[in-house]
Write a protein that binds this ligand. Structure first.
Ligand code: ADP
Ligand code: ADP
Ligand code: ZN
Length: 214
């Protein structure tokens, strides 16, 4: 089962992708997490990506596409994967389709987690991310058991630099401009599925499993 998560920044793609990965025993591949790991480790890719991420801009396609094509070709991705944060542009979507087509393969589902802009600032300002394992929480909606501490690994929770309101506004503009056209792209290829992302986390997940099957 090969799945793409679509939706605005903060729509809940990552939250749902982790649950999908667990339930269907497939890897969760997040390009944002890959970039943040590279930044943490001080790699060349990380240095390049950071200059764009800090401004709320997309990292150029040529820095993303090969990385993802390589990742989905690895052994653990043979039975499927859930892509979170990729593709984010039409050229990225086309590059993925072409790379998969060469292997006689294709994406099965593009799930659009629909959340209106007015809810996004709240989602992002309350998002807290674990500095160590990348788990995400929300101050109000999905709080950790102990304030400021990751339930999973005990490390500190922080507000991502790019989740500050000024940058979130820029990211939303970029989303509407460059990523939203993917909804038409996957509607045309017949694999788009919509879910209402404003519901509780568990209800969003129930809608998704309704689509993917038990
Ligand atoms: P969010 O959780 O808000 O959707 P991500 O963690 O997916 O954000 O991405 C954080 C940042 O990493 C993006 O704002 C962008 O700069 C960069 N990024 C992640 N994935 C991609 C991609 N597929 N193409 C270009 N830039 C990306
Ligand atoms: P994305 O990966 O699309 O950027 P996240 O999964 O990181 O989004 O979710 C953004 C924020 O909203 C996080 O703080 C997360 O805990 C919270 N969140 C996710 N799903 C829901 C939901 N259904 N209701 C309320 N808050 C949610
Ligand atoms: Zn953690």
């Amino acid at each position: 089962m090969k799945i793409i998560m679509l939706g605005a920044p903060g729509a809940g793609k990552g939250t749902q992708a982790k649950k999908i990965a667990e339930k269907y025993s497939i890897p969760h591949i997040s390009t944002g997490d890959i970039f943040r790991a590279n930044i943490k480790n001080g790699t060349e890719l990380g240095k390049k990506a950071k200059t764009y991420m800090d401004q709320g801009l997309l990292v150029p396609d040529e820095l993303v596409v090969d990385l993802v094509v390589d990742r989905v070709g690895q052994d653990d991705a043979k039975n499927g994967y859930v892509l979170d944060g990729f593709p984010r542009t039409i050229p990225q979507a086309k590059a993925l389709d072409e790379a998969l087509a060469k292997l006689g393969d294709k994406v099965d589902y593009a799930i659009n987690v629909e959340v209106p802009d007015e809810n996004i600032i709240n989602r992002m300002s309350g998002r807290r991310a674990c500095v160590s394992c990348g788990a995400t929480y929300h101050l109000v909606h999905i709080p950790p058991k102990t304030e400021g501490i990751c339930d999973t690994c005990g490390a500190e929770l922080i507000l991502r630099d790019d989740d500050k309101p000024e940058t979130v506004k820029k990211r939303l503009d970029v989303y509407h401009d460059q990523t939203q056209p993917l909804i038409d792209y996957y509607t045309n290829s017949g694999i788009l599925k919509e879910v209402d992302g404003t519901q509780d986390m568990a209800d969003v997940f129930a809608a998704i499993t309704g689509i993917l099957g038990e």
